[in-house]
Design a protein around this ligand. Structure first.
Ligand code: PRX
Length: 645
């Protein structure tokens, strides 16, 4: 992405407006100092903000790299999101849901509690016990929130699989989690077309025999097969179920959910989050970073199938008693102003979205937002990828009308909560910088040997102190947990996998992944995952997959493919391969380009050098290639890449 804007330029700094500061939930910068002096005391104070059935004995037990937070405390996440708010005002709207076809449904906190309790009873009836992992494979409909909270209510960790994943990807995750219950729906709309979700489940489950029951929400009423003895309608179960279910008192360190994410191997990692620390972390970050107030209408456009949806659609905002907007469909359906129509219609006050979406809006032009009254907005957020200064400024001017602070929030599936972000009532922000670590969080930019990088120099992002909502382990793979995050430097220092640099004010500028993970339109995809799907195609011998920077999506996938001998690559085969990836992982993982080649850049021991491939795809200098098996392959690949553009 070419940017001529210098994000460090002082005239581009944005100070929060005085009236925002005056009313902000947090506006005293002493909070940073205080939290830094005694971070455990800081987190203990924040833990008082949520409700516990029993208080903890110890704030933190840190045996690097294993942390236990609020040890001995007992609580329930659904109780914090529902019962606690019903007690304050049960008639307050919790969810405003809008379907892609324009249908609107609203749930008060009282109604959400009843629906959740009913479904919690359904789960119990189906034999789900505390500790059993339940897989949820639903699109953005209210039932996804109800299902998540119902699991939390009875202490059954949920594993939500993003609805656009293929049946095969679903099956991989079900098997790894050893889940025997899946919650899904018949179908849903995407750009006016029906996605046949239940069909995908049926295909996926062909190779997942352990699944005993499939609960199916009737959402579209499209034609589906219900397998006798396995598949049951959600509404039939709900009708027969009682509206009261006592929340299970969970230990602070009991697992709340599993969330699969991509890493550097072909196998997704089941990130384990526990209850107490996660609830404290998401509650307080939602309250301070989004400045949630009683009358806010908060809209996070993420999907509940990713961590952003977990932390900042469900647990963070609902535990704060917020009114949230949920939207089922695409931002450009039926027209390119759908988001602005939703903001205007529901009078949204806070909007949290992704740089990819912002860049698409920029491309579509200023006239789409200009048609709508966006004056209710008072705060904007960004997440998922680095936001380039140009997109930041466009967002600030065209959506925030120059008034709204922007919070560029850096975090990950593994961190559970935002770790680096402005506090909108305190921080002077700069386009393109996530600014400063949240109070109590300590981060650094290090070199390979763990030395701190001076301002202005590129290094690696590290988190140097435990935080409450940190990943506890990788489900069933403790070794990978340690190797991935805690062996780059030492066991006290978390390796985030992102490149970063500090500026002269100590602000963090995060440049994106430095490992073999790519962020395509904010979707995290492992290059190895795509490679393993490509080589599963009969005519493919080898594949090397890299991210190529893209003006809209941040990154797109370039796949370099060696075919088996005797097979020649043509456009038809390219299409087949793209389709193969799409149907095996999901449409969001479609390679943008397939480039056939006779060889790939490899080390003498035969390992594909993705660093070199990435430079080739991005038209950058490949650096020293003399250690390659066949250095000539570089020019050949450069030529082929150019031919494809
Ligand atoms: O590369 C960083 C990027 O998203 C990665 C984490 O992806 P995931 O676990 O899917 O979670 C995304 C939503 C929290 C990070 O390693 N990323 C996320 N937010 C930002 C970001 N990169 C730069 N700036 C951000 N604000």
């Amino acid at each position: 992405m070419s940017e001529t804007i210098n994000p460090q330029a002082k005239d581009l700094e944005f100070r929060p407006p005085d009236d925002f500061v005056k009313n902000a939930n947090i506006n005293d910068s002493d909070v940073y100092k205080k939290a830094n002096e005694d971070f455990e005391a800081f987190w203990e104070e924040q833990a008082e903000e949520i409700e516990w059935f029993e208080k903890w004995n110890n704030v933190l037990e840190w045996e690097p790299p294993h942390a236990k937070w609020f040890v001995g405390g007992k609580l329930n996440a659904s109780y914090n999101c529902l019962d606690a708010n019903v007690r304050k005002n049960g008639d307050k709207i919790a969810i405003i849901w809008e379907g892609e076809n324009g249908e609107i449904r609203k749930y008060t906190y009282k109604e959400l509690l009843v629906e959740t309790s009913r479904f919690a009873n359904v789960l119990k009836e189906l034999g789900v016990k505390k500790g059993d992992i339940v897989t949820i494979y639903l699109p953005m409909i209210p039932e996804i929130v109800i299902a998540m909270l119902a699991c939390a209510r009875i202490g059954a960790p949920h594993s939500v699989v993003f609805a656009a994943f293929s049946g095969e990807s679903l099956c991989t995750r079900i098997s790894d989690a050893e889940s025997d219950l899946v919650i899904t729906c018949d179908g849903y709309y995407r750009r006016g077309k029906i996605v046949e979700q239940k069909k995908k489940v049926d295909c996926g489950l062909d190779s997942c025999s352990a699944v005993q029951k499939v609960v199916v929400v009737k959402h579209l009423d499209n034609d589906i097969n219900m397998r006798a003895g396995r598949d049951i309608w959600w509404h039939d179960l709900m009708e027969a179920s009682g509206p009261v279910c006592e929340p299970e008192a969970m230990n602070s360190e009991d697992m709340l959910f599993l969330m699969y994410t991509s890493g550097t191997t072909g196998k997704p990692k089941g990130i384990v989050h526990t209850t107490g620390g996660y609830m404290v972390g998401t509650h307080i970050t939602a309250k301070w970073i989004f400045d949630l107030k009683d009358d806010d209408i908060y809209w996070c456009t993420a999907d509940c199938g990713w961590i952003t949806g977990h932390s900042y659609i469900v647990y963070g905002p609902l535990s704060n008693g917020a009114t949230i907007v949920m939207y089922e469909g695409a931002p450009d359906y039926p027209e390119k102003d759908r988001f602005w129509d939703i903001v205007e219609k529901h009078k949204a006050t806070i909007l949290y979205t992704a740089p990819t979406a912002i860049r698409s809006f920029m491309k579509w032009g200023d006239t789409w937002p200009a048609k709508h009254d966006l004056s209710t907005l008072r705060l904007l957020g960004s997440v998922g990828e680095p936001i380039n200064p140009g997109a930041w400024i466009w967002y600030h001017e065209n959506i925030g009308k120059g008034r709204c602070p922007i919070v560029d929030t850096w975090w990950q599936t593994e961190t559970g909560m935002v770790l680096i972000s402005p506090l909108p009532g305190i921080t002077t922000s700069k386009p393109g910088s996530a600014t400063l670590p949240f109070p109590g969080i300590k981060a650094a930019v290090l070199d390979d040997n763990g030395n701190e990088m001076p301002p202005g120099e590129d290094g690696l992002l590290a988190i140097t102190r435990p935080w409450p909502s940190m990943v506890r382990t990788i489900h069933g793979n403790e070794k990978r947990f340690i190797e991935t995050y805690w062996e780059k430097w030492d066991k006290n220092t978390y390796f985030a996998g992102d490149g970063a640099k500090l500026d002269d004010d100590g602000y963090f500028h995060i440049s994106g992944r430095v490992d073999d993970v790519i962020q395509v339109a904010g979707h995290r995809i492992g290059t190895a995952e795509v490679e393993s799907i490509l080589v599963s195609y009969p005519s493919v011998a080898e594949a090397g997959v890299v991210g190529k920077s893209d003006e809209i999506k941040g990154e797109v996938i370039y796949a370099y493919v060696i075919l088996k001998s005797g097979i020649s690559g043509d456009d038809k085969l390219k299409k087949e391969l793209i389709e193969h990836v799409s149907s095996n992982i999901g449409p969001f993982a479609r390679p943008k380009r397939i480039i056939f080649s006779d060889e790939l850049p490899k080390t003498r021991s035969g390992k594909i050098m993705r660093r070199v491939l990435k430079a080739i795809a991005n038209g950058k200098d490949t650096g020293d290639v003399t250690t390659l098996q066949d250095p000539e392959v570089v020019d050949e690949l450069k030529k082929k890449t150019l031919e494809e553009e």
